[in-house]
Design a protein around this ligand. Structure first.
Ligand SMILES: Nc1nc2c(c(=O)[nH]1)N[C@H]1C(S)=C(S)[C@@H](COP(=O)(O)OP(=O)(O)OC[C@H]3O[C@@H](n4cnc5c(=O)[nH]c(N)nc54)[C@H](O)[C@@H]3O)O[C@H]1N2
Ligand SMILES: Nc1nc2c(c(=O)[nH]1)N[C@H]1C(S)=C(S)[C@@H](COP(=O)(O)OP(=O)(O)OC[C@H]3O[C@@H](n4cnc5c(=O)[nH]c(N)nc54)[C@H](O)[C@@H]3O)O[C@H]1N2
Ligand SMILES: [Mo]
Length: 640
């Protein structure tokens, strides 16, 4: 992984944040005053106290991205008394999780390693690396498993696939309902499995009668004969065959239902708990330091984003809906915001709205290793050590079942400059807020509590640095009920029905692209992590700026040449960027990488380079989960 190899440059980056900074002048002006840690912490604690008293504790929002120390930010929010806690996940994969949980009662892990036939829709495992899955898929390819990729772009995964279909964006559900049609009408499903393990098969049979391959061809641009053939091949390879559940699902307004259609085809294949199929995650649950959080009488009844989506995850919420609620001040004001290891200015669709949100706040603080665009907008910026400089608690990782385990992290070098881990930061803040008793422990103590009931993990971590869960990875769910209402796999979901949601996925055509417009889609390449590593000098060598991928057909019609600068405009914003004229995208779809067009002058390699896709993306949301929907934006492209 290029990013892993370039980690050293994240550590020794001259652009690293070195000491606490307080905003001087207007937000985003980039004028800062250096503070001592004592001054910075006193100031932050004062703001936390003031906002808590004036607007209730829920008037302070906490947001932490993926990190082994994010748990401490959550713990701090709990002790402080706010349940407005969000993560990056509602910009990532919540609609996928919603769909699979509401079908299987659990988010399964795909055993791509042993799978003979993988359909991969809207996932890019050879660039968007999910390390175990990417490695397993490579091994599986070497073992002659078949890979069918559906993607409007010719990704590296498409390049290595046996078959690639540049599907019309937003029509994947039509493809999968049609697979279900063929599999059911030709009797290719696993009959015993369907009878014993699933709920609502007769309803599904009736429902998919209408979705013929001929019909799906018109929706998806994939030939009917290929749809029928793929359905038959898939069923023939079952149960060692799958529709890969995918990862990022922040794409469409009905993404939960789209992913439900993937889940349902998997059920027809009977691949549950089978080698090469969808498996039960082999969870290991480290203990934690339980805290008896204080009760704050004056707090509102619910999260600020409650009720804005049909079935939001309470513990995750939604960035899109929280941001709307903060801007509207409804149902109650939120005036403080702490962000940790997340950069929503670049990764939350509609950057102007994030700026609008920030401008309604009394106080915002960001803990980061670099002056990200989010840090750039904050009032107080606190420098954190990178992953190579800190001691972290344990973390259980779940991936392909062959690769689940527990890891931990110790510093390779001491923390540089004045950087301090977020654990230390919240501990110091807690002391100042009379909440010290909740953080009266060290990271070592925390680890010990995590390991208390799992001595085998403690031993493995000590001896090998990693604990891998061993034992069989399939056949372990035999005879057990599913954690769903019917205790079976729900082809038909009665909870959805009760809430007025379609109990089975009903195909709705994506909105028609207006004339002279394109759909813009999101994705990533192998050497950039979302918005975070574009400024890393070693990786920046590989991509100096992002470009707008546009197909030659429209480009030639508009007289746009490769490398020429163009205007791209959407209802959310407008950018200028160089065009990359390429057949690697459909004529109706444009694409650009994330993490450029930054506002922050603290990112010296990339400042002034490329354009920001979050500036263009409208903030639509998946209706069921509240997950951001980033592929629902249409743009115009014009010559400058
Ligand atoms: N190198 C690298 N690896 C990463 C990351 C990273 O930033 N960099 N991020 C990690 C994270 S957090 C995640 S969530 C995963 C994301 O992993 P994935 O979800 O596999 O990756 P994305 O790049 O988001 O790719 C989605 C693909 O969907 C395609 N697409 C767009 N619209 C449609 C459509 O309507 N139908 C279909 N079938 N395809 C469509 C896009 O062109 C894109 O190639 O990657 C992880 N791995
Ligand atoms: N336009 C667009 N939007 C997207 C996506 C996309 O591909 N394109 N992908 C979506 C997906 S799948 C996801 S998961 C989210 C991810 O979105 P984010 O959670 O915003 O993730 P990153 O963009 O990686 O930003 C991580 C931030 O943490 C900082 N950081 C890195 N290491 C450390 C550290 O050790 N300590 C601290 N304190 N900070 C650190 C980085 O400098 C950066 O500012 O974005 C989503 N939104
Ligand atoms: Mo993600």
């Amino acid at each position: 992984c290029a990013r892993g190899n370039a980690g050293v440059k994240q550590l020794y980056d001259p652009d690293r944040l070195k000491y606490p900074l307080l905003r001087k002048g207007a937000r985003g002006d980039g004028k800062w005053q250096r503070l001592s840690w004592d001054q910075a912490l006193d100031h932050a604690a004062e703001q936390l106290d003031k906002i808590g008293k004036e607007y209730t504790r829920c008037g302070f929002l906490f947001m932490a991205g993926t990190d082994m120390q994010s748990t401490f930010v959550h713990q701090f929010a709990e002790a402080y008394g706010s349940y407005n806690v969000i993560s990056h996940e509602s910009n990532c994969l919540l609609s996928r999780n919603r769909a699979f949980l509401d079908t299987y009662g659990v988010m399964p892990t795909p055993d791509v390693l042993n799978c003979k036939y993988v359909i991969m829709p809207g996932a890019n495992r050879f660039e968007a690396l999910v390390t175990p899955d990417s490695m397993d898929l490579m091994t599986a390819k070497g073992n002659k498993s078949k890979l069918v990729v559906l993607d409007p772009r010719f990704t590296k995964t498409a390049a290595l696939a046996d078959e690639w279909y540049p599907i019309k964006p937003g029509t994947d559900m039509a493809f999968f309902l049609s697979l279900a049609h063929v599999i059911i009408s030709e009797g290719l499903y696993d009959k015993t499995f369907i009878k014993e393990k699933t709920f609502g098969f007769e309803e599904l049979r009736e429902h998919v009668r209408q979705y013929t391959p001929q019909w799906a061809e018109k929706e998806t641009d994939i030939p009917a004969k290929d749809i029928a053939r793929i359905a038959r091949e898939l069923a023939a390879a079952a149960p060692s065959a799958m529709v890969y559940p995918g990862r990022r699902s922040s794409d469409y307004e009905d993404s939960t239902q789209i992913r439900r259609s993937y889940a349902i085809v998997n059920a027809l294949l009977g691949n549950w708990d089978q080698e090469g199929g969808l498996q039960v995650p082999k969870k290991i649950k480290p203990g934690s330091m339980h805290i008896e959080a204080p009760f704050y009488e004056d707090n509102p009844d619910d999260r600020v984003d409650a009720g804005r989506a049909q079935m939001m995850f309470d513990e995750e919420g939604s960035f899109k809906h929280t941001r709307d609620a903060v801007i509207e001040g409804k149902p109650y004001p939120v005036k403080g915001w702490m962000t940790y290891k997340t950069n929503p200015m670049q990764t939350g669709a509609n950057r102007n709205k994030t700026i609008e949100m920030i401008n309604t706040l009394d106080f915002m603080m960001t803990v980061d290793i670099a002056m990200s665009d989010t840090a750039w907008m904050a009032d107080l910026v606190l420098p954190a050590p990178s992953y190579l400089e800190r001691q972290d608690p344990l973390s259980a990782f779940l991936a392909a079942s062959t690769c689940s385990g527990v890891i931990t992290r110790d510093p390779v070098v001491p923390a540089m400059f004045e950087s301090k881990p977020v654990f230390w930061i919240v501990k110091e803040l807690a002391k100042r807020l009379d909440l010290g008793e909740f953080f009266d422990f060290t990271v070592d103590d925390f680890r010990k509590a995590q390991l208390k009931k799992i001595p085998q993990v403690a031993k493995a971590l000590k001896e090998d640095g990693v604990y891998n869960i061993t034992g069989p990875s399939f056949g372990i769910h035999k005879g057990k009920p599913f954690k769903t209402r019917s205790k079976k796999i729900e082809l038909y979901n009665t909870r959805y029905k009760d809430k007025g949601i379609d109990p089975m996925p009903v195909y709705k055509q994506p909105k028609t692209i207006p004339e002279n417009h394109f759909r813009i889609v999101v994705g990533r390449n192998a050497y950039v992590t979302q918005s975070a590593s574009t400024n890393n000098s070693l990786l920046w060598e590989l991509e100096k700026e992002n470009t707008l991928w546009i197909h030659p057909k429209p480009a030639i019609a508009m007289g746009i040449k490769n490398g020429e600068t163009v205007f791209v405009k959407s209802p959310a914003g407008k950018v200028t960027i160089k065009a990359r004229v390429t057949k690697e995208t459909r004529p109706d779809t444009v694409y650009m990488d994330t993490g450029f067009g930054v506002l922050s002058k603290g990112l010296t390699n990339i400042f002034g380079k490329g354009a920001c896709i979050a500036e263009l993306l409208e903030d639509k949301a998946d209706k069921i989960s509240g997950n951001m929907a980033m592929h629902e934006t249409f743009v115009t492209v014009t010559k400058t």
